[in-house]
Design a protein around this ligand. Structure first.
Ligand code: BGC
Length: 737
């Protein structure tokens, strides 16, 4: 049951405060004194060292804590732009303030407190992941980074790299799927895109924030080696590929200790083994003690949300009393300054300037076009542009496309097409508004088939929809699943009786195509009844246009699933979400006995067949694989030929899987892929070189990866459809993380 409103309840309350915050924007940044640290010939480390030496203790303390910049909370400093976070700078030394915005899918605007400051919403993270295209992930990041810079932001809370361990996780739409190689590679590319715009990006939420239920109190437990091979590998690759200036630690506990005060994770893995040189910022409300500084946390964020502001007076007192070494405080500040110098925050400060939203929407559309996954096609697609009567049903497709909620919510340029207040309580209740981006699939379908009569029914009455479907040549049903930060999906089913709607319409008209706009995988009890299904995720600024382009064949679908679609909740390692039904403050343990066998690897290990496998997706053309050559040695090198043997141009995502013959049974993990665009009849030789970690096992005691011996190698279009098989011998060796 949903209630339509025209505005966010809280946004209405906040108008006065928001306007005050906007007025505060007028302050010009202080001119930077020409200290020796402004010499751009010096390295960021040298510059940070020089600046640090010029700072007083109080000035150092200023840099290591910050507040929420949302003017709905008390204590938002003057000068904050109206966004997730603000850390005042030190004008005496020309240290700029950190203006931090959420940015998982675009420059966020929490509660729309910056009135009319819209931004371009990218499709959801799962859509970007479904493109399997690092270049598009980069372009998406660059688009967000450049909009942020032109709006005055210099830090983006982006780079979500948590693995989709649970297909009901309410934030999977901000992340990049269930495979560490895919997620880490694409997160790295997106972070690089952001930081190439002189904006610091985070990667987040470090680590094992893999469900939203009880995220503030749950204790995630996993075998240390399996941790390195799964969730930590995704972060390791994201950090290597993107070099984010900051890492945001998570709300939850990991192995008994809070993620933001977790010595083994922050000092041991991140700063020790990985030699991470940037700074660790907390999630908002994730700091629990001054001692977190000793355990590896460098900066307290959103301090109003913590029980007390730990990294201001209490930290200063602890430094003065020698409980926290001064050298530790210096290290915290040096790390922050180093990233600020590295990413150009001193040399290329943001300049408020015009944004080409048309060009940016084209980036969002390109992602949606390559990220939409064709799950079923009995030949009904692509639709003939000569169809006479088309019926569009449901999903508010007459006005727009759905987006996901929470801190990542983007206010689309021009304002939302529709806002629906969603009932529900909990700590994030004030965010419970579903926002539709103004890109109407109905309009796009009408534009693609100008000769057709295209009607719309909203689908609230399945009988009426079925009746209307009877006279149509083709019916397109839009089904939606709204998810938001702070809540997991209760189950894998489409909500609000939409399964019944689809079944009723499909029974009335066999030419019924289903378009899913979901934040997560869903069950499809009506699958056998419909000839075609498209998974469009949350498709962003031009989602309607992208969907229509695929339906009518102007774009050949090339998305591949970055997450398995289970056949039932019973297939999951935790059929019931741990902590479900508990009060938000009651601690509990989440065990991950599946270890590194996340998603598809787990399905195979448990001998289960998912509804749709990882890596899966159809095309309007066909591809053939041949001439596999596999060599071993230090790592696996694979080459093979992919040919377009159909009659339309298209893109294939050639995937390579491999595992040690003796160590793993079941599904081989992904070790690489290449997306290739081929005209009909065209072929291309593809080479994939495995990152040794993707075929290695982590030795937790030695803190090193080990590999060596014989490996099976499989190549094909998706994990369940290996077309070519061979083996490679790897020389035994160990490598440092
Ligand atoms: C989220 C973070 C976000 C932060 C600031 C938290 O609730 O977990 O992803 O960056 O808020 O808005």
């Amino acid at each position: 049951m949903t209630v339509k409103t025209t505005t966010f309840g809280l946004a209405a309350l906040a108008v006065g405060a928001a306007l005050a915050a906007v007025a505060a924007r007028a302050d010009p940044p202080a001119p930077a004194p020409a200290g020796p640290w402004m010499n751009t010939r010096l390295s960021p480390d040298q510059r940070a060292g020089l600046l640090l030496r010029a700072m007083t203790l109080d000035e150092e303390i200023v840099l290591v804590h910050g507040s929420s910049g949302i003017p709905l909370l008390p204590g938002v400093p003057k000068g904050a732009l109206g966004s997730a976070g603000y850390v005042p700078g030190v004008p005496r030394l020309g240290i700029p303030a950190l203006q931090e915005s959420d940015a998982s899918l675009g420059v966020a605007n929490p509660f729309f407190v910056r009135p009319h400051d819209g931004a371009t919403p990218l499709p959801s993270g799962l859509s970007t992941a479904a493109t399997w295209n690092p270049e598009l992930a980069y372009r998406g990041g660059a688009m967000i980074g450049s909009e942020a810079w032109k709006k005055g932001f210099n830090v983006l809370l982006a780079g979500g790299a948590n693995l989709a361990r649970d297909p009901r996780n309410g934030r999977n739409f901000e992340y990049l799927g269930e495979d560490p190689l895919l997620a880490g590679t694409l997160a790295g590319a997106a972070i690089r895109g952001i930081q190439d715009q002189h904006v610091v990006s985070t990667t987040k939420h470090f680590a094992l924030n893999d469900q939203e239920t009880g995220r503030m109190v749950l204790d995630a437990r996993i075998d240390p080696a399996a941790f390195r091979e799964s969730d930590l590998l995704a972060f390791e690759l994201a950090i290597e590929g993107g070099r984010p200036g900051s890492v945001m630690c998570a709300y939850n506990r990991v192995g008994g200790a809070n993620a933001c005060g977790n010595d083994p994770l922050l000092n041991g893995v991140l700063k020790g083994d990985w030699k991470y040189p940037g700074w660790v910022m907390s999630d908002w409300g994730a700091v629990h003690a001054v001692d977190d500084a000793v355990h590896g946390l460098d900066q307290e964020s959103g301090q109003q949300i913590d029980k007390q502001v730990y990294f201001d007076k209490p930290l200063k007192a602890a430094v003065e009393a020698g409980q926290v070494p001064r050298a530790r405080l210096d290290d915290m500040v040096r790390r922050i300054l180093r990233s600020m110098f590295t990413e150009g925050l001193f040399d290329h400060p943001p300049v408020k300037s015009d944004i080409d939203y048309g060009a940016d929407a084209a980036v969002a559309q390109a992602v949606a076009e390559q990220g939409t996954v064709l799950l079923k096609n009995d030949g009904v697609l692509p639709l003939a542009k000569t169809a006479k009567r088309i019926l569009v049903v449901g999903g508010h497709a007459d006005v727009g496309v759905l987006s996901g909620g929470g801190s990542s919510q983007v206010e689309p340029v021009g304002g939302p097409a529709l806002q629906i207040h969603m009932p529900g309580g909990g700590g994030m209740a004030m965010f419970r508004t579903a926002v539709y981006d103004p890109s109407s699939p109905l309009k796009a379908i009408r534009a693609a088939a100008p000769g057709a009569q295209v009607d719309y029914v909203d689908g609230t009455d399945p009988k009426a929809a079925a009746e209307a479907a009877k006279g149509a040549d083709v019916v397109v049903v839009f089904a939606v699943q709204w998810l938001m930060e702070g809540y997991d999906a209760a189950n894998l089913s489409l909500p609000d009786g939409q399964d019944g709607l689809i079944a009723a319409v499909a029974a009335a008209n066999p030419h019924t195509i289903v378009v899913l706009e979901t934040g997560d995988p869903v069950l499809m009890p009506w699958l056998a009844q419909v000839p075609a299904v498209l998974e469009a995720w949350y498709p962003g600024a031009r989602g309607g246009e992208a969907i229509a382009a695929i339906l009518f064949g102007d774009v050949n679908p090339s998305g591949r699933l970055p997450i398995s679609f289970p056949a039932s909740e019973a297939q999951l390692p935790r059929p019931t979400i741990p902590g479900a039904g508990l009060p938000e403050t009651t601690p509990f343990v989440v065990d991950y006995p599946e270890g590194a066998d996340v998603g598809y690897r787990g399905f195979e290990a448990r001998g289960q067949k998912p509804l749709c496998p990882f890596g899966y997706g159809l095309s309007y053309t066909r591809f053939a694989y041949s001439d596999l050559k596999v060599t071993g040695g230090d790592t696996i090198r694979v080459s093979f030929t992919v040919k377009n043997v159909g009659d339309q141009a298209g893109m294939e995502t050639a995937q390579v899987y491999a595992a040690h013959t003796g160590q793993r049974t079941g599904q081989l993990p992904l070790i690489g892929w290449k997306k290739v665009a081929l005209r009909p009849g065209e072929s291309q030789r593809v080479t994939v070189v495995a990152d040794p970690r993707s075929i290695g096992h982590f030795d937790a005691a030695a803190r090193r990866w080990g590999l060596g011996g014989r490996y099976n190698v499989g190549v094909g279009g998706w994990s369940d459809s290996i077309r070519l098989i061979d083996a490679a011998d790897i020389t035994p060796r160990t490598i440092a993380p």
